[in-house]
Design a protein around this ligand. Sequence first.
Ligand code: C5P
Length: 250
Amino acid sequence: MLEGAAAALGTAPADRVIVALDCSEDEAYALADRLAGTATFLKVGMTLYYSAGPLVVRRLREQGFKVFVDLKLHDIPHQVEGAARSLAQVGAELMTVHASGGAEMMRAALAGASAGDAGRRAGVDRPAVIGVTVLTSMSDQDLASVGVSRTAAEQVRSLAGLVGGAGLDGVVCSPREASLMRRALGPGALVVTPGVRPAGSASDDQQRVATPAKAIGDGASHLVVGRPITRSADPLSAFNAIVEEVASAL
Ligand code: C5P
């Protein structure tokens, strides 16, 4: 059962499947039209945001969607505070920061997201802010090459502690880390997992995948699913099948 920040973003099975729109602006709007009234939560990442800009967030919100703006902020605290404020003002309900930017930077993100009536003006309370621990594309060797002598698993655990201490709302992590993160951060945390693939579907470039039921069973609050839905001949049916699997796991 979800609590706190995790529950505030919706607890119905459909609320827990976030569709990643990693495509052109035209394709994103076409997909949003197909999914409107069924899906509730869409993710705008760097590919779409850096071409379409904040307008894409406003437009998707006007269609009734919650929008996760996944820009993985990482800069000096002052800059990250401003970026988080800007994203709150356009109506993001969920945003990401790199935990490796440090506790002060994460607290600045929270302050920016909460600043004044930024979020409320766009119709949401304070947007949720979650931390990226270690990118799933980083191996132990990659970490060593940037001066981190811990293993990726140890670094994930350590940064999760920093995320919790800074007061963030949760983490984005691989489904393989979901149960660890749930135990570390408690029942109110957002544990958002990409790398989700229904049984029998292509894993694309994702190395460590899990089925929707397994990810939810392991404690994920929300799943991020892109290509299994967006590249399907029938995105609506693909979305509904995943939601049914989530419902059966709850
Ligand atoms: O198409 P697919 O389902 O693989 O999309 C997964 C989404 O989750 C993409 O938007 C990707 O950027 C994001 N993501 C990820 N792995 C991470 C963090 C984010 O795949 N570690």
